[in-house]
Design a protein around this ligand. Structure first.
Ligand code: ZN
Length: 348
């Protein structure tokens, strides 16, 4: 049994259509009425969109039902599915806590409510019967004002027990006019010792070289090898890992064919840039992590050796994996074959 690490998964996009439909059936007849049956809902929910912006709109559908009361319901099912169907040993879940607070409250009241959301997500993610190491990444958001994003960084800094990093999300073409703000927020996050990642170089409009020095990992980053391969040397020197989510680029219309990723992987491997393969929105795509791996092999985007290198890189770049350089295979060997492990140590 291979165990995997997932570094890039949004809480909003992690609800698989069957679970969301089940929830709507139980709680919200209105939405269910809009569809003839489950099949029609699944097609609507998972169909490709024309742009990243259109695709991100779907998140609001899920965000609207993920409240402090319902989060444990969704997270329990998410962790259960991740353990049973995806063999995850490690999962970083990301979301914007502000967008899970009640909309009718004032901005400052919503900011105050964010801590409770982090706490609820943290507690709900620890499911004894499905032992996955989990941590949260809090996402600043391109549509939210500076004060809210600053409060998100503060909240991350105050909740190390549950939170391992900050991110910026919401469409990477929307950062331009507030670039100084993003730099300031990342500078601040780094100054208080937080780990950083950020959605950049996902689309052609999202190429922001000025943000790269602030990031420990790069959310997507596929446009670096595609459009600016000259930057790869710097990315390698800084030890940054690309979080590549293959299904996303087809669903958002960023790429037309998964095989366009072949050159992305090749250029990164040639330059010594690590890649972690991730799902982004496993529920929205209805594609779980092992299928992302399998697809890349099937379409001859990567070799088996490259896949294993990416799986190792995911653990190496995980912000909260507690076993340092040890991979699950080594840990399992120690557990399942203690004698051969002892012999190895004796011979070394
Ligand atoms: Zn993402």
């Amino acid at each position: 049994m291979a165990l995997y690490a997932e570094l890039h998964r949004h809480l909003g996009g992690s609800v698989v259509p069957r679970i969301l439909w089940g929830y709507f059936e139980r709680h919200s007849n209105e939405l269910v009425k809009g569809f003839q049956d489950y099949q029609e809902f699944e097609e609507f929910y998972t169909k490709p969109r024309n742009t990243l912006e259109e695709y991100l709109e779907l998140h609001t559908l899920v965000e609207s039902v993920q409240t402090v009361e319902t989060l444990p319901y969704f997270i329990y099912r998410l962790v259960r599915g991740a353990y049973i169907f995806e063999n995850l040993a490690y999962l970083e879940l990301r979301y914007t806590p502000y967008l899970r607070t009640p909309e009718h409250l004032s901005q400052s009241e919503r900011i105050d409510k964010m801590a409770e959301i982090v706490d609820v997500v943290g507690k709900a993610s620890k499911v004894p019967e499905y032992p996955i190491v989990t941590s949260q990444i809090l996402c600043m958001h391109s549509r939210l004002p500076y004060e809210v994003n600053k409060a998100i960084v503060d909240l991350a800094a105050q909740n190390r027990q549950y939170v391992c990093a900050v991110d910026v999300a919401g469409g990477d073409s929307a950062y331009c006019e507030r670039m100084d703000e993003w730099k300031k927020l990342y500078e601040y996050a780094l100054s208080v010792g937080l780990n950083t990642t950020g959605h950049v170089y996902e689309t052609k409009g999202g190429c922001h070289p000025e943000l790269l020095p602030y990031l420990m990992r790069i959310g997507h980053g596929i446009q670096i090898p595609l459009l600016s391969p000259d930057l790869l040397q710097d990315v390698a020197r800084r030890g940054q890992c690309l979080e590549i989510c293959p299904s996303t680029y087809i669903k958002t219309g960023t790429l037309q064919d998964i095989r366009q990723l072949k050159i992305v992987f090749e250029r990164c491997f040639d330059a010594g840039v690590d890649i972690a393969i991730c799902t982004d929105n496993a529920g929205l795509h209805n594609v779980r992590l092992p299928f992302e791996y399998e697809n890349l092999l099937t379409y001859d985007v990567i070799s088996f050796e490259m896949l294993q290198a990416c799986q190792d890189a995911a653990f190496r770049h995980a912000f909260a994996w507690p076993y340092g350089g040890e991979r699950p295979a080594q840990l399992l060997n120690g557990l399942l074959h203690p004698q051969s492990q002892k012999a190895l140590i004796a011979n070394s």
